[in-house]
Design a protein around this ligand. Structure first.
Ligand SMILES: Cc1cc2nc3c(=O)[nH]c(=O)nc-3n(C[C@H](O)[C@H](O)[C@H](O)COP(=O)(O)OP(=O)(O)OC[C@H]3O[C@@H](n4cnc5c(N)ncnc54)[C@H](O)[C@@H]3O)c2cc1C
Length: 463
């Protein structure tokens, strides 16, 4: 056997499972088709850590609650930006009030604490900028916001440091059942393993590979609001608009604000802008940084272990709260694997992520210290987000380091500011080329076909 366990897919769930299993005496590899791990995790994500109050399905609620309980421990261990942000679900009429009361009673039955049903006037005290009538509000202190890409990369880095092999740019083409275990066939290799954990959307069966298509429930239309906007909320606020569409306003860890509308209609920018004004006072179009749309999924997540006796586990479904559930899913899968394979906890398991210095978060005293150690931390590359050359070099040299412009952006925030990289893109490309020992023309945005510089201009070669 080449491996005890092969994890297919290096998204958030794949990386979390790799981390959990790296604690055990197992020979593990993760196969990811893209240049980088966590490439599919939306960079602008609502990023909410839910608490199991809102969802109808009891099992999804349990996964959210378990994931929510683990998150504090994870963020302090991995030194990740995470902000606890209370949430308010607003009821504006009798029908919504009734629904909120049912939600509250159900949450109490589920054993969720730190929640309260508030009268409208308390909601205004918590959120003076609310621009709507509030009869009642369901208040929760359990929620928060995180950066899902950071979380996935942290999981991956610690798994890598504890011996997991990451096979990037390798696409799984087929899986074949053997007498014992499986053969996994990729575009580059064939591997034999005792167990396969499939976190990709692909189904492998006798008919070959089939991409599973998940049904979306409408779309999320997002507005990213400028940091300078004064009318933002300090809690995560959920409400229904006149068209009975769920709306949500939440702060992000980057201190911007997001407003999301969950709609089934094909609404354009102007219509969405009108709807957002329903929720927040005084929002001008100049306060809006970005407007975009993504499909909204609320499928149940299923950890399908019906073939575990053969050595196959598949995680299916797409869900708006998957970030929250990830830690719980990874622990369940880990328990199943260690029950099925004879393995021991590694005494030398190192549960620490290598230190990261974020210049924008340091005090002047700390900045001075780090610049004395490495002068690259004194050179700002991304002026919008105050990212230094030192941070970019570190992002490239770290375990599973960035190899693309998108990889640098996801790890450091460089190029993610108001100028969208107009000022720093060429500098990032030069640093990537220098650090990876490549030509400038070999540096890509995120995939093979996304070259930043197509060719050298002939004349320059002669200069
Ligand atoms: C806009 C948006 C907002 C969201 N907001 C929230 C939120 O507020 N709170 C929350 O909890 N969750 C949220 N989510 C959910 C969450 O971000 C995602 O569901 C989660 O990141 C998905 O992780 P995953 O590992 O399951 O899937 P993916 O990230 O899709 O991972 C699958 C991986 O498998 C790889 N792969 C596919 N096929 C192959 C192959 N053949 N061979 C090798 N590799 C392959 C892919 O490249 C990918 O990296 C949001 C999602 C979106 C899109």
């Amino acid at each position: 056997m080449d491996y005890d366990v092969l994890i297919l897919g290096g998204g958030l769930i794949g990386c979390a499972i790799a981390y959990e299993l790296s604690k055990y005496s197992l020979n593990i590899a993760l196969i990811e088709k893209d240049y980088d791990i966590a490439d599919d995790v939306a960079i602008v994500n609502s990023s909410i850590i839910y608490d199991g109050v809102q969802c109808d399905n009891n099992i999804m609620s349990k996964l959210e609650s378990i994931g929510n309980n683990i998150i504090n421990e994870l963020v302090s261990k991995f030194n990740l930006p995470y902000t606890q942000k209370s949430s308010l679900i607003i009821a504006q009429n009798e029908k919504e009030e009734k629904r909120l009361e049912e939600m509250y009673n159900r949450a109490i039955k589920r054993g969720i604490s730190n929640i309260a049903l508030l009268d409208g006037k308390y909601a205004y005290e918590l959120e003076p900028n609310l621009n709507l009538k509030v009869n009642k509000a369901l208040y929760s202190e359990n929620t928060g916001v995180i950066c899902p890409c950071d979380l996935a990369i942290a999981y991956g880095e610690v798994a890598f440091d504890n011996g997991v092999t990451f096979k990037l740019e390798e696409e799984v083409k087929d899986i074949q059942k053997l007498n014992r275990g499986y053969k996994v066939i990729t575009n580059k290799n064939k591997f034999k393993c005792r167990m396969v954990i499939n976190t990709t959307p692909e189904d492998y069966n006798v008919d070959g590979v089939k991409e599973k298509t998940y049904k979306n429930k409408g779309y999320l239309k997002y507005f990213l609001i400028e940091k300078s906007f004064k009318g933002h909320f300090s809690n995560i606020v959920f409400c229904f608009n006149e068209d009975q569409e769920m709306m949500c306003m939440c702060p992000t860890v980057q201190e911007n604000h997001l407003v999301a509308i969950n709609t089934k209609k094909d609404t354009n920018y102007n219509e969405c802008y009108e709807k957002v004004n329903y929720l927040i006072c005084g929002l001008k179009s100049s306060d809006i940084n970005t407007f975009y749309e993504v499909p909204f999924y609320d499928n149940n997540i299923v950890i399908d272990d019906s073939l575990v006796h053969d050595g196959y586990i598949k995680i299916t479904g797409k869900n708006y709260a998957e970030v929250t559930m990830t830690a719980a899913i990874a622990q369940i899968v880990k328990d199943t694997i260690i029950n099925n394979l004879n393995c021991k906890f590694k005494s030398d398991f190192n549960d620490k992520r290598r230190e990261i210095y974020r210049f924008r978060d340091l005090s002047n005293e700390e900045r001075k210290k780090i610049i004395n150690l490495d002068e690259k931390y004194g050179k700002i590359i991304c002026a919008c987000n105050k990212v230094t050359e030192g941070e970019i070099v570190d992002a490239i040299r770290r375990p599973l380091g960035a190899r693309t412009v998108e990889g640098v952006k996801r790890r450091t925030g460089a190029g993610y500011g108001n100028c969208r990289g107009a000022y720093c893109m060429s500098k990032i490309v030069s640093i990537l080329a220098r650090e990876t020992n490549k030509d400038l023309t070999d540096i890509v945005k995120d995939s093979k076909k996304s070259k930043i510089l197509l060719n050298r201009i002939k004349e320059f070669d002669e200069m």
